[in-house]
Design a protein around this ligand. Structure first.
Ligand code: G3H
Ligand code: 13P
Ligand code: ZN
Length: 323
């Protein structure tokens, strides 16, 4: 039995990106794996009146069960509406790696799917992306494709090296596949170790020349930035202060995110910063309250801090007040 995302109160990304492009801001795409993350995302976006794209990765589906996660989404929408908010909410499959998984998510009520064929040879990437687009568009679901490979160390999204997007092929790719948005590789990567820099050394700039050329060749077309966590130092410090061992972390400086947003990037993917906030707050709470064992006691403050961080991200992207 399949269900349309429209019945769930979700929207696809078409209007979201159109407004973001004309308004000069980006829509946040936040990953979630559990109830506390979802609550934090929704309450943050309600509070600052921001549109939002909820994202479910393959790792999330395996961890929390695709069915359960998807059923949590209408609950989250109902919660937002009860709070008196009408913010648009999209549900995206993050880094779909096969036609079957994209189809299953579409049939299950996702409003946008990403088909990540970026590690495939160009023609194969086109073929699989086109197949997903055909199935999705028949159901008014939007599709994100990817060109260029992000280096990263995360499970299921891993590559030793990054291959920057070749701007010369972006028009061909978009035209032949019909994708609604395109993720490009300009030097970011997934996780908390994005750049190999020694402590105190400056983070190298992203390849804004590539982004500029992609935006020039695809006027008015939504570009997506993955691996966009800043790897917030204050939370890395808390983690390390309370027994963690995160060394030489490095993320994308906020001014570079701001610059990307001014250049047709209208979806910004953030997962790692949320992971850091939760871990920092849980470590701190448990260290300071060694007698506590009620998960609500440490998950509650983590969720509260997460909400604050998401609000700051919405402000960074300029999506606050745009719901
Ligand atoms: O794009 C990667 C996301 O951060 C999801 O990672 O597969 O470990 O959930 P994950
Ligand atoms: P970060 O690891 O930088 O948060 O990137 C997340 C992402 O790109 C999800 O698709
Ligand atoms: Zn990603």
């Amino acid at each position: 039995m399949s269900v349309s995302y429209k019945e769930l109160g979700l929207v696809n990304t078409k209007e979201l990106f159109k407004k973001a492009l004309t308004g000069g801001y980006a829509v946040p795409a936040y990953n979630f794996n559990n109830m506390e993350q979802l609550q934090a995302i929704i309450t943050a976006c309600v509070e600052c009146n921001s549109p939002v794209i909820l994202q479910i990765s393959k790792g999330a589906r395996q961890y929390a069960n695709q069915t359960l996660l998807r059923y949590m989404v209408p609950g989250a929408i109902a919660m937002a509406r009860e709070m008196g908010s009408n913010i648009p909410i999209a549900l995206n499959l993050d880094h779909g790696d096969s036609f079957e998984i994209c189809k299953s998510c579409i049939d299950y009520g996702f409003s946008n799917v990403m088909i990540d064929g970026s590690a495939l040879p160009y023609e194969e990437n086109i073929a699989i992306t086109k197949k997903v687009v055909e199935y999705a568009h028949e159901r008014d679901v939007t599709v994100e494709g990817e060109l260029g490979v992000l280096a990263g160390i995360e499970e299921h999204v891993s590559s030793e090296v990054s291959h920057y997007t070749d701007p010369k092929v972006v028009e061909d790719f978009v035209k032949r596949t019909g994708v609604d948005s395109l993720a490009i590789s300009i030097g970011t990567s997934h996780g908390a170790y994005k750049f190999k820099v020694k402590p105190g050394e400056p983070i190298p700039p992203l390849r804004f020349d590539i982004l500029e050329e992609c935006a020039r060749r695809l006027p008015g077309f939504p570009i997506v930035l993955h691996g966009a966590s800043s790897v917030l130092q204050e939370y890395v410090d808390i983690i390390n202060r309370y027994g963690g061992q995160l060394e030489n972390t490095a993320g994308v400086p906020e001014e570079q995110i701001r610059k990307a947003v001014s250049m047709n990037v209208c979806k910004v993917n953030i997962d790692s910063d949320g992971r850091l906030v939760m871990t920092a707050m849980i470590r701190k709470y448990l260290a300071e309250n060694p007698k506590e064992f009620d998960p609500r006691k440490y998950l509650g403050p983590a969720r509260e801090e997460l909400k604050k961080m998401y609000i700051e991200k919405c402000k960074l992207l300029g999506s606050n007040g745009k719901g």
